[in-house]
Design a protein around this ligand. Structure first.
Ligand SMILES: NC(=O)c1ccc[n+]([C@@H]2O[C@H](COP(=O)([O-])OP(=O)(O)OC[C@H]3O[C@@H](n4cnc5c(N)ncnc54)[C@H](O)[C@@H]3O)[C@@H](O)[C@H]2O)c1
Length: 336
């Protein structure tokens, strides 16, 4: 980004938020305020280590611990700062957790999101970018998923909150003419990723000699998207700016992987990195079980809109991305 911009990034200690902050700090002279409530949904030590890496860059980065569902905190933040761009990545993520912990989804993903919209209404910004999710497509069998498809049958509360955010953002952009862009991310993975996600928790279990549960008897497909591709997509959208008042984009790899093939690629990568023995047989560690409530069978992104508008689509091959994740895990994670 050429001009010095003031940017608010929420969820800045999270996987995607910290990766985005890092690239922005390294490649631009933007002034960044990062906020995060540092909740313990997964390892707080991992969130702290991402944050200390950002602070260690000694660039124009200010971290404030706070919660987007706290209206007075958000209002004060916007009164004291004149933001050019706001990127909302703070949310309660995870499909399965939303079955037993609905309250936090409503407070972070709905109330928190609404607080940001109201703050932006009172202190307009040039662009509000926010994370949605491929989960809004539910069990649609029209693949690849296009942003033109209907998305009114979410099958988890998490998905319903993300769809609600899209609707609220549409209304605010329409009423107050503030450009808003929603990004539907598809299964993001990579170094310093989220321990609650399958590629990460499978790695931990396999290294402990435990079995892993493969849902829907392995008949699931996921469009795994490497973190650097997600960050590149967000950066291009931030740099070029909004092309219309309201937009939605898929950011996914457009290359769905069958879960059993994914697991075998992961175990090969763990063997190549000497984390598992050369004669390790993954088949002995698989427990094929039925579909989980709230899960979808397949995800597959149509990224033509992103390609047309911003000249980019994710394309890091799974093997390459997993290799980078496993190397990071080997070097760092056991200490966290
Ligand atoms: N990682 C994926 O595969 C994926 C896929 C689709 C959508 N998304 C969305 O992308 C965004 C970022 O996801 P992520 O993978 O980096 O998740 P993450 O959990 O690593 O990051 C979210 C961060 O937000 C913080 N947070 C949560 N609630 C908050 C609140 N009320 N106030 C302030 N901070 C809060 C958390 O502490 C966390 O650090 C989320 O909106 C998520 O729903 C992620």
């Amino acid at each position: 980004m050429r001009n010095k911009k003031k940017i608010l990034i929420t969820g800045s200690s999270g996987f995607i938020g910290a990766s985005l902050c890092k690239r922005l700090l390294m490649e631009s002279d933007a002034s960044i305020i990062g906020i995060d409530n540092m909740n313990d949904y997964y390892s707080v030590a991992l969130k702290r280590s991402r944050l200390s890496e950002l602070e260690g860059l000694k660039k124009d980065f200010t971290f404030i611990q706070g919660d987007i569902s706290d209206k007075s905190f958000i209002n004060k933040l916007f009164q004291e700062n004149d933001f050019d761009i706001v990127v909302n990545l703070a949310a309660q993520a995870g499909v399965r957790y939303s079955i037993d912990h609905p309250d936090v989804y409503i407070s972070s993903n709905i109330i928190g999101f609404y607080n940001l919209l109201e703050a932006i209404r009172n202190h307009p910004v040039s662009h509000f970018i926010y994370a949605s999710s491929s989960s809004v497509y539910g069990n649609s069998d029209s693949v690849p998923f296009s942003t033109k498809d209907r998305t009114d049958q979410p099958v988890s509360l998490y998905a319903a909150t993300k769809k609600s955010d899209e609707l609220l953002a549409y209304t605010y952009s329409h009423l107050y003419h503030i450009p808003m862009t929603g990004l539907r991310f598809f299964t993001v993975y990579g170094p310093a990723g989220r321990p609650d996600m399958a590629y990460f928790s499978f790695t931990e279990k396999l290294l402990k000699g435990e079995k892993i549960r493969i849902f829907n008897y392995g008949k699931c497909q996921r469009d795994f998207t490497y973190i650097d591709d997600i960050v590149e997509g967000i950066l291009r959208i931030m740099e070029k700016g909004p092309l219309r008042e309201y937009s939605l984009y898929n950011i996914g790899n457009s290359h769905p992987e069958n879960l059993l093939e994914f697991v075998s690629t992961l175990s090969e990568t763990l063997i190549e990195n000497q984390l598992l023995p050369a004669d390790y047989d993954i088949q002995e560690y698989l427990e094929l079980v039925e579909m989980q409530l709230g899960d979808v069978v397949a995800t597959y992104a149509d990224t033509s809109a992103l390609q047309n508008d911003y000249g980019f689509h994710p394309d890091t091959p799974l093997k390459e991305g997993l290799e980078r994740f496993v190397r990071w895990y080997k070097e760092n994670y056991r200490e966290l």
